[in-house]
Design a binder for this molecule. Sequence first.
Ligand code: IPM
Ligand code: MN
Length: 355
Amino acid sequence: MKKKIAVIEGDGIGPEVTQQSIRVLNAIAEQFGHEFNYTYCLMGADAIDKTGNPLPDETIEICLNSDAILFGAIGHPKYDNDPAAKVRPEQGLLKLRKSLQLYANIRPVTTFPSLIHKSPLRAELIDGADFMCIRELTGGMYFGRPQGRAEDGNTAYDTCIYTREEVERILHLAYKYAGQRNKKVTIVDKANVLATSRLWRQIGQEIAPQYPEIETEFMFVDNAAMRIIQWPKSFDVLVTENLFGDILTDEASVITGSLGMLPSASVGIHTSVFEPIHGSYPQAAGKNIANPLATILSAALMFEYAFGMMEEGALIREAVAASMDVNVVTEDIANNGKAYSTSEVGEWIVNYISK
Ligand code: IPM
Ligand code: MN
């Protein structure tokens, strides 16, 4: 099959991890007789430096005309420490999500037997944990307006807004995935305090009876934060609003053993974006030490979700698991032994796929 893939390497460790993913894609193409055409485009701090715009129109254009988008990371400390900056790298990613209407961010959380010991959580709590976080991605506080600062500079405000349509479509998606998995949906909100959460809960109560074969559970977000750590195996599909989902999925990555392990798929009505959930990790940028596995696993999600190529996705997963079994891993998950570089891990996985 022929596919057009837009590649946004982005900032920090984005380029070096994305490059490993591209090598993996090429190895898969070779093995299975596919042809992938890559178009590189700009977003984030890199785009601001080169064009003044965190998401140039050309990037949106290329993404809309591609079959899938592979994205590395975004962000730069010079903006993080400058609250007054008018243009910020993250605006690029938010605008991409909005422009492509990527309303759902899917973050599967699984454990890897060879990494159980790397989690600060007790092995028996996490062994076998396997759930999917579905984060609403184009609504809530990230996009609600007004947002800003009062004239005196001493008062600031964000607005959390959700419409029925936004809540319904993400909940239906959660039920769809739960139907293919272990048939349980946990709807996470803060309905005891927030009006938007009460809308979520009301719509959840309306929709649940349409899926009698699926168990529905409602949970407050503070409680969910505790349960993810205390009893991760109780979840199957967890669905929540944008900001809660951002926070809970970083937390959930602890179960896998490293933030460098969690891939994600952002899906909507146009082209989907595949990206690791870790950020730009500026301290490691250019050092060839960052874990490329979240990005490589994002490529696996690309095959499965965007192209429906399950065998290709499965081979990538097998190769990733095999690399961990023989401890060809980066320092974040190395077990007192030798740590391999980003490109060495990529190389090992490519060789496994090509053998
Ligand atoms: C993520 C990231 C982004 C978010 C940032 C970089 C804007 O943390 O994808 O989880 O908050 O959505
Ligand atoms: Mn995040």
